[in-house]
Design a protein around this ligand. Structure first.
Ligand code: G3I
Length: 390
């Protein structure tokens, strides 16, 4: 459902806090969210932004629910890391996406190095899911049941699960998750399935195989770890989402969005391209009713996973390392504001709005997309500033 709210009412109601989640909700999406991790919750400045209910309405634990942490040795379950994030979400009224039950990575060696029969590994998967999804039953809006099962060419990735069970490990996992938490939306989650191609086509086959086996799959999570300047077109993004819906799932989501620079530091032009790329993904989600929301894989460059995995790359998020909003933030906010208010949507050209305060002194400078410029001007007017000028 898409809600159209008169802009004045929207801005007056939201005051200074008309931000990402609030705008996404006003545009008919369920949430705009950010992943987080345990260590970061000790950073007060970080927590202040993450807990702003207008900014983020959803979170995902970046690590704490993974097998490595939840069942580090056989039969020994630990929920302290995952619970910290789940409780944080509950305290702050945030939707919780749970991540992840069956993944080849961050899998303890007692699983990955064991030599198992089909029956033994089936039982290990079922036991893990019954315990972990059972522990979080009722708390997860969605579970990423199986994560990253595919190679780039659409074949199945080699893992202990695939080696022992073939592709049947996927329906086994989905059936176990449905039994453990009947109300959670069950997702297949992967990267490079945001646009059409071999991996997206293989994702359609996964949906089909789960259904043919009598399992339930509700959603496809498109991680969207993208690269500045190489983000797929809006039409390709929409085509992939629509293909999943046509295959019979009820929803899709961008689950781990970040758009990284391959070399650092970013130039001003690079930051504008990044803003355009973020705007493209946001527009694509807005254009497809089944897209329930966008989660960025943390919100600040201070805590991004990228520099550890891709040394020399990064600056992928909406806030920089000092918690300043980047042009990409403004682009996402402007696209959401346009959708929330039925506006035409911003052009991709960023512009700068300089303000003056009541005393005539220079006020804040906002970088905004073209339509966003009008939004900011009206916003500032409603904040009783006497004048704005571009
Ligand atoms: O647990 C150890 C800790 O004992 C040790 O002291 C510390 C020293 O560096 O490392 C800790 O493990 C780290 C772990 O995160 C937990 O903090 C690993 O080194 C580190 O590699 C690991 O990175 C995570 C990565 O998944 C692993 O693949 C990132 O934080 C996490 O953001 C990232 O998330 C994944 C999604 O789950 C799936 N999609 C891709 C995405 C990005 O890689």
């Amino acid at each position: 459902m898409r809600l159209l709210t008169p802009i004045a009412a929207l801005l007056a109601a939201h005051g200074a806090s008309a931000q990402l989640h609030r705008l996404a909700a006003a545009a008919g999406k369920m949430y705009f969210g950010s992943a987080t991790d345990n260590g970061e919750l000790n950073d007060a400045a970080y927590v202040r932004i993450l807990t702003d209910p207008n900014e983020f309405g959803q979170t995902t634990p970046g690590n704490g629910q993974k097998w490595q942490f939840t069942q580090p040795s056989r039969g020994s379950f630990s929920y302290s890391s995952g619970d910290q994030i789940a409780n944080f979400a509950k305290t702050n009224n945030m939707i919780l996406r749970c991540h992840t039950l069956v993944w080849h990575s961050q899998l303890p060696s007692w699983v990955s190095s064991g030599s198992w029969t089909k029956e033994q590994l089936t039982s290990i998967i079922e036991t893990h899911i019954a315990n972990v999804a059972g522990h979080y039953r009722g708390q997860c809006y969605a579970w990423d049941v199986v994560n990253e099962a595919l190679n780039e060419d659409g074949t199945f990735r080699t893992s202990v699960f695939y080696t022992v069970l073939g592709e049947s490990f996927i329906p086994i996992a989905f059936k176990a998750a449905a039994a453990a938490d009947p109300d959670a939306k069950l997702y297949y989650n992967d990267y490079n399935i945001e646009s059409t191609g071999a991996k997206q086509a293989a994702t359609l086959r996964i949906i089909d195989s789960i259904k043919r086996a009598g399992g339930r799959i509700d959603g496809v999570g498109m991680q969207a770890h993208l690269i500045v300047g190489s983000t797929p077109s809006q039409s390709s993004l929409e085509a992939a989402m629509n293909s999943y819906v046509a295959a019979g799932i009820s929803e899709v989501a961008y689950t781990e969005l970040d758009i990284r620079f391959r070399s650092l530091p970013p130039t001003a032009a690079g930051l504008r391209t990044q803003a355009d790329d973020y705007a493209t993904v946001t527009r694509a989600c807005l254009a497809v009713d089944a897209c329930v929301g966008i989660t960025i894989w943390d919100f600040t460059d201070k805590y991004s996973w990228i520099p550890n995995t891709f040394p020399g790359q990064g600056a992928a998020l909406l806030y920089d390392e000092n918690f300043s909003k980047k042009p990409a933030w403004t682009a996402v906010s402007s696209v959401l504001a346009a959708a929330a208010t039925g506006g035409p949507g911003p052009s991709t050209t960023l512009t700068t709005v300089t303000t003056t305060t009541r005393t005539g002194a220079p006020g804040p400078t906002c970088t905004a997309a073209k339509w966003g410029k009008q939004y900011f001007e009206l916003f500032l007017t409603l904040r009783f500033l006497p004048s704005t000028r571009a």
